[in-house]
Design a protein around this ligand. Structure first.
Ligand code: S3P
Length: 429
């Protein structure tokens, strides 16, 4: 954990960058490639700490995985050939690894134990363990399976018809991945659509899955066939530069190969609604995961309301949207976002506390926050709470702050964007 002092003097950001691979898709590429028998190749993989945790877990299950730059090759004996690991599977800071693996491991014949870092130890796991138990999974953990360490005794599973109590792609994905090994057809009903990378990738690996009106149906017993996965750039990482470009003076940033899956692109809708000068040129909308070149320029912004069904489409972008709102004219209301409380840290409290330290006019609510802008930001000493997205929010705030911003822990940014500061440097003019 090392601190970092950031001081910029009215910077202008100009140039092109390609943000690193999508975190959600990178995780899934290794998971699906390990489930499938044979060879899978991945390009554009995110070498962030979270995704490396996923690789590490599958290596402990006996899958051969080689990383060469952002190319990954996976050679698996298939799920039935995995070895019972002699060590605990360590998932680091990664909720996606922990929750999706819980679903996968429930349908094996193996006994496994999973644990992660201090943040993972506080994140709710019963939201995943409960539906999996309904399928017959045997999961033990602290506080009746609520928290890590979790012990899983894999076995025979039965399909369920599950109505999701929260919009969560991690819960949906865990149930679907368990459903792969279950007897019968697993059905997951979402009231609000969450990211659909699992559904798309199941198709890429040769499975049949039906999605109609928010109801996902998936027949158990299907086999996956190894393939090539091309991981697009992460829109959640691009978001930091979309905001940086729009709030710094004289800026123009071109972001290439950004994933624009419609279940993830809520940030683009918010930027447009707030008046951002932005163009989005889609490369190939029929790709398994469509990508675009996005250009953003310094913009005159107006406050807005962000709530309802858009929330799952931008849940990870709310910290940086809050910063954006401090520079916009008028009031921004972020609501229906209680899920922020159970992310890597409580992101409602973290965002409000830290932006207040820089002079922002921001108040927490039960399900979000209210921001009044525009406010010139000052320097200050910020806490990241070990949360990569709070760290990057602080770093982008430093670009517009009058004075130095100190981050207590800048290393945590490597969880999803190890080259973040290199990209800031590249764009500084
Ligand atoms: C993710 C789903 C989201 C998101 C997380 C990644 C995924 O979490 O916040 O960063 O890869 O499925 P929830 O499913 O808990 O909303």
């Amino acid at each position: 954990m090392s601190s970092k002092v950031l001081q910029y003097n009215n910077p202008t950001l100009v140039g092109e960058i390609t943000v690193p691979g999508d975190k959600s898709i990178s995780h899934r590429s290794v998971m699906f490639g390990s489930i499938a028998k044979g060879k899978t190749t991945v390009s554009g993989f995110l070498l962030g700490e979270d995704c490396l945790s996923t690789i590490d877990c599958f290596k402990k299950l006996g899958v051969e995985i080689e990383v060469d730059g952002t190319n990954v090759s996976i050679e698996s004996p298939g799920m039935d050939g995995w070895a019972e690991p002699t060590e605990v599977l360590y998932t680091g800071n990664s909720g996606t690894t922990t929750r999706l693996m819980l679903g996968i491991l429930s349908g094996t014949k193996l006994h496994t134990v999973m644990t992660g870092d201090a943040s993972i130890g506080k994140r709710p796991m019963r939201r995943v363990a409960d539906p999996l138990r309904l399928m017959g999974a045997q999961i033990a953990g602290r506080e009746n399976g609520q928290f890590t360490p979790l012990a899983i005794q894999g076995g025979t599973l039965q399909a369920i018809d599950y109505t999701m109590p929260v919009a969560s792609a991690q819960v949906k994905s865990a149930v679907l991945l368990a459903g792969l090994r279950a007897n019968g057809t697993t059905i997951v009903r979402e009231s609000e659509v969450s990211r659909d990378h699992t559904e798309r990738m199941l198709r890429q690996f040769g499975a049949e899955i039906d999605v109609t009106d928010g109801i996902v149906s998936f027949k158990g017993g299907q086999t996956l066939t190894g393939t090539h996965v091309n991981v697009p750039g992460d829109i959640s990482s691009a978001a930091f530069f979309l905001v940086a470009g729009s709030i710094t003076q004289g800026s123009r940033i071109v972001l290439e190969n950004v994933g624009v899956n419609e279940t993830r692109d809520g940030i683009l809708e918010v930027l447009k609604k707030m008046g951002a000068k932005m163009t989005v040129q889609v490369d190939d909308e029929n790709a398994a995961e469509p990508t675009a070149t996005i250009t953003i320029e310094t913009s005159e912004l107006t406050g807005t309301t962000v709530g309802g069904s858009i929330i799952p489409r931008l849940i990870d972008e709310i910290p940086i949207i809050a910063l954006l709102a401090t520079q916009a004219n008028g009031k921004t209301i972020i609501k229906d976002a209680e899920e922020l409380k159970v992310k890597e840290t409580n992101r409602i409290d973290a965002v409000v506390n830290e932006l207040k330290k820089l002079g922002a006019n921001i108040e927490a609510t039960d399900d979000g926050m209210i921001i009044e802008g525009p406010t010139p930001l000052t320097g200050g000493a910020l806490k990241t709470y070990g949360d990569h997205r709070i760290g990057m929010m602080g770093a982008v705030a430093a670009l517009v702050a009058k004075g130095a911003v100190e981050l207590d822990d800048a290393d945590c940014i490597a969880v999803s964007y190890p080259t973040f500061f290199e990209h800031v440097e590249k764009l500084l003019k």
